[in-house]
Design a protein around this ligand. Sequence first.
Ligand code: SAM
Length: 302
Amino acid sequence: MTKSPMPPEPLFPLPPLREVIAAHGLSAQKRLGQNFLFDLNLTGRIARSAGDIAHGTVIEVGPGPGGLTRALLDAGAGHVVAIERDRRCLPIQAEISAAYPGRLEVIEGDALDVAIHEIGPPPRRVVANLPYNVATPLILGWLRHATAFETIVVMLQKEVVDRLAAVPRTKDYGRLSVITQWLCTVEPLFDVNPRAFTPPPKVTSTVVRLTPRPTPLAPCTFERVEAITAAAFNQRRKMLRASLKGFAAAAGFESAEALCEAAGVPPTARAEELSVAHFCTLGSTLGSFKTGAPSGNDEPRE
Ligand code: SAM
């Protein structure tokens, strides 16, 4: 077995994070979801949760003042690509980059517009303390290309992690649970008290690890799973024979009962009682009808 090389030290010591923020006048902005982490134990723990970061590419969304970026580099990350929307953070990132030559690349922009599944070379690992206001759309966007990632380790609002990991017949089980668990294993790792952040958010946070499955739990396309879960969970208290009525008609079925029967799913069941496999069967059943599914695009998942 080859021993991993020791992580190279920074070329020069970087100032403590609180000094960095003061020197750059970086006041936290709510609209950018800015809640910064200064606790080195915590940032180190997040960095270590991502596995072998020495090889391939670590993608950090929202590096801000760089606490987690520094932890990733100190933990031996060979190639970090950080995407930051707030221009005020760029000079700070440039200083970090100078301290760890050739190991940190910074992209200025909105992570929602960046095809991070193409940032290379693989294996790609996402590690981030996400801005909570855009966390769910970011994750759903990445899941469209789930197999492009080795692992996704992110800090999120605890409530969102509860939804990612929820099982059927619970209040948190919904669209996000089905889509995520269809494509990934979900491991909530640890909770983080609001006091760990500056400024403290109103909610508890949780670090979660998503590990993309080599193949999805059951065959279907992303668009179909999205469409059928949207229709079913939009009226989660209703039986499928009512909640899927419009959807079934748009897909060319006589009734929602006919769609459920073709898929072997009881029409009297409610969305929250169905497994991931049930949703995939419903989605695939739509595929056998030439009148087409209402979801439009029907490309297979990458
Ligand atoms: N990583 C830093 C830390 O842990 O201290 C900062 C985390 S803070 C919760 C979220 C960061 O994401 C901020 O730096 C914010 O400017 C940045 N951000 C917000 N929206 C963004 C977006 N759409 N694309 C890229 N970065 C974004």
